[in-house]
Design a binder for this molecule. Structure first.
Ligand code: ATP
Ligand code: MG
Length: 395
């Protein structure tokens, strides 16, 4: 018998003409994520991808496969030739082992899926026959419950036969890399890592851009952002982090502009730098953790003046979410604990007491009219540092 991790595909199977392309991409992503621990075979088969694996590395493989987008469930299976007597014997053995491990199991249901329509029994007949076999062996302990059983015994009859009982839910989404490269504005806060994750889940290959104000902000704050990028890279397999010092820009703004405009103006400069990096490195989208109404700079007018200088589509996947839901996501993707460490990113350095709530594009343009915008951007871009992170380093 072979040990196989059977991966159920989500909406990818609805993709019609593009389906092959999506499945090929998932297979590539799996090959890459398992390359160092090894696998025996990866076979797409009727709405699933079967990954044959050495049982010794199964747990490690499952941990990694949970991060592959496009998959909705992972089922660890036994796989063997679809000979009826073998199916009967292996089912009974399987259930025997399972109830030994779970003394509390009292009821079961057999669920057969027969994709091979030439098999001589239909699914219902297989369910009945295997149910009877199980009762013949373990009838003193188990009974059938078709509505709410303690466990399901799944039997898939495809090219080969598969037996399993466990479906480990995963994130779903679309395969990474099927929606271009996106540049995430990554602060040290709770929101932006979640935003990056959610766009990666929709197939965007996400890299990160972080602004600091060294020496006003500490190297420890930088480290925190790198830690967040490392956690995110579990989902994106790799991540490039661009770090830029915003201080040259902030100093200039501080000298020449009304204090209440500091926040929104510096946001416009962040976006301009994102534009430059997008041109240089081929990003099709910019991603932020903005959320409507959460803080002063995220009023509809604040978002409008930031959007005004954007040259790429800006994805704001958190825009309509409640904070509590964002925190739940942060906990689930394991960025929360790192995000709440108390190290400042650049924004607090020149923070105005009373930021303007209703900035307009005209006001911004008036304030920026006398600024040496090009030189300010160049001065900040000169500080650019690029770090490449690989998922496996972050385990
Ligand atoms: P976060 O939790 O992501 O910090 P926030 O609720 O604190 O978000 P803001 O501080 O107003 O909101 O930031 C809004 C968005 O602007 C962030 O989600 C992020 O995408 C971007 N941003 C803010 N500060 C930085 C920074 N220092 N470097 C990179 N991007 C930033
Ligand atoms: Mg923040």
């Amino acid at each position: 018998m072979k040990r196989v991790l059977s991966l159920s595909l989500g909406e990818v199977v609805l993709k019609g003409a593009n389906r092959r392309f999506f499945i090929r991409r998932i297979v590539q992503n799996i090959e890459s994520i398992l390359s160092d621990i090894g696998y025996i075979a990866i076979n797409p088969e009727m709405g699933k991808i079967q990954v044959e694996i050495d049982p010794a590395v199964e747990e490690q493989a499952i941990r990694r496969l949970r991060f592959v987008f496009g998959i909705v469930y992972i089922s660890p299976c036994w796989c063997f030739e679809k000979d009826w007597e073998r199916i009967r014997k292996n089912t009974v053995d399987y259930v025997g082992r399972l109830i030994e491990e779970h003394p509390d199991y009292e009821s079961f249901k057999v669920v057969t899926k027969r994709s091979d329509k030439s098999f001589f029994m239909d699914s219902q007949e297989v369910n009945m026959a295997l149910g009877e076999d199980i009762l013949n062996h373990f009838g003193d302990r188990l009974h059938v419950d078709v509505h709410d059983p303690d466990f399901y015994c799944y039997v898939d009859i495809k090219k080969e036969a598969y037996i399993y009982h466990h479906k480990i839910p995963t994130y779903g989404g679309l395969p990474l890399g099927t929606n271009g490269k996106g540049l995430l504005l990554l602060s040290g806060g709770i929101d932006s890592p979640v935003a990056g994750f959610l766009m990666a889940k929709r197939g965007v290959q996400v890299d990160a851009l972080h602004f600091h104000s060294y020496p006003f902000t500490s190297p420890r704050a930088e480290e925190k952002v790198m830690d967040l990028a490392r956690i995110l890279s579990r989902y994106t397999t790799k991540m490039t982090v661009y770090s830029v010092n915003l201080l040259p820009i902030q100093k200039e703004l501080n000298k020449h502009c009304p204090p209440e405009e500091m926040t929104v103006l510096s946001r416009r400069f962040m976006m301009r730098i994102a534009n430059r990096l997008a041109d240089r490195y081929g990003y099709k989208s910019v991603i932020t953790g903005e959320n409507l109404g959460q803080v002063a700079s995220q009023t509809i007018d604040g978002l409008t003046v930031m959007n005004d200088v954007a040259e790429r589509i800006v994805f704001r996947p958190l825009i309509g979410m409640d904070k509590i839901d964002i925190i739940r996501w942060a906990e689930r993707i394991e960025t929360y604990e790192t995000s709440i460490q108390p190290f400042e990113d650049c924004c607090t350095v020149f923070l105005p007491k009373h930021p303007s709530l209703r900035p307009t594009v005209e006001e911004m343009e008036r304030s920026e009219a006398n600024l040496p915008i090009e030189e300010m951007l160049e001065a900040s871009l000169e500080t650019l540092k690029i770090t490449h992170i690989k998922a496996k380093e972050s385990e």
